[in-house]
Design a protein around this ligand. Sequence first.
Ligand SMILES: [Ca+2]
Ligand SMILES: [Ca+2]
Length: 217
Amino acid sequence: MNAKKIAVISVFLLVSLCLSLDIPSQAIDYKVTVIKPDLFIETKCEEWVGENSYNVTYVIHNKGTAIALAGHNTTLYVDGTAVEHKPVLVDLLPNETYNDTFDAVISCTDGSDIIKVCADNFEIVDELDEDNNCLENEWQCHGCFIATAAYGTSLHEDIDVLRDFRDEYLMTNQLGRVFTDIYYSTSPPIADLIRDNEGLRTIVRKGLVEPLVYLLR
Ligand SMILES: [Ca+2]
Ligand SMILES: [Ca+2]
């Protein structure tokens, strides 16, 4: 083989090698899934447990892509003050929920309380979203003064019906809120009158509250 052939073969091999290394650049669509939990308070509710006191139940939801390990706390704030830090003692799988009730029994102050519940308040869990952990609302904890006086207790199931009507139909519109304000400013002395008079209690209960509850059910 002469030098000319060797040169041609060398050039051919060199070009082939270069072509084989010329990998076409393709756009590779990588979908990166971040593996982290994401806790938030899905719902909460207040429930009367005494004449003027209530507790708070809540549901934590892990909507992330990883387990939220046990050991974080859920915090209850009432009117801006931390009242209780309750530990979560179980692991939460992705999309799993967890129900619990705070031990604190809260006394209603000035007719309404701002209730806020925050998951992982001490930042123990590294999450996809750290800004969605709290749920807050204004809890209208006014008593239903007249009905309570007529029944002699605020825990009767008929009074729950009246509270639900107030929260769902009156407090959700301007006219209803005006009506509620007038009711709360005028009813305490009427309730005092009813409370002390057995005959009047029966009349109000049978002639006013029970028919109203019947219509609302
Ligand atoms: Ca979160
Ligand atoms: Ca966190």
